[in-house]
Ligand binder design. Structure first.
Ligand code: ZN
Length: 171
């Protein structure tokens, strides 16, 4: 059986989607991928709001990460995405990137961009170089993974907006 990615690739290569749709289900494959990203995006939102709630109560990410709701769904999907791209050490990368995504603040300045000491002028944080954010883990792989996370979130938000649009209004 063809994987969803293989079906998506064959669909993307089709010259005439509508003509082929009835026969081969190519459009179905594209819809399935779009739906899947939207579903992962919704799970990502649940993951983030669960973490936000714990963080407000003083939770530490390294202690609560594995207990976060929706983690297994999110982690499993991104792992699949990473393995389809033949990313080495995918499991560690997914965890590191998810932790960065949940808590991107620089540890040194707590995201404030400044180092504040008594009786000294404030100076920009030299760990994050004044950005307030920790370095994205695993270089280009980490950046690609964050882009995938962003695209899933975007799909989920678009689908929520679609559902909230008043009936009878065409987009
Ligand atoms: Zn900093």
């Amino acid at each position: 059986m063809a994987t969803i990615t293989e079906r998506y690739q064959s669909a993307a290569n089709s010259k005439d989607l509508t003509a082929k749709a009835g026969r081969e289900g190519d459009v179905d494959a594209i819809v399935a991928v779009a739906w899947n990203r939207s579903r992962v995006g919704a799970a990502l939102m649940r993951l983030h709001s669960d973490w936000d709630g714990l963080a407000k109560r003083g939770g530490k990410l390294e202690q609560t990460y594995l207990q976060l709701k929706a983690l297994s769904e999110v982690r499993g999907n991104i792992l699949l995405w990473a393995r389809e791209r033949r990313m080495e050490d995918a499991g560690n990368k997914v965890d590191a990137v998810l932790c960065w995504w949940l808590e991107p603040a620089c540890q040194s300045c707590n995201g404030t961009k400044w180092i504040v000491k008594e009786h000294q002028p404030n100076r920009p944080c030299n760990v994050c170089r004044g950005t307030g954010e920790a370095k994205i883990p695993y270089g280009t792989d980490g950046i690609a993974m964050l882009a995938y996370i962003g695209s899933c979130m975007h799909r989920a938000q678009a689908s929520i907006r679609g559902k909230m649009r008043p009936q009878g209004v065409k987009s």
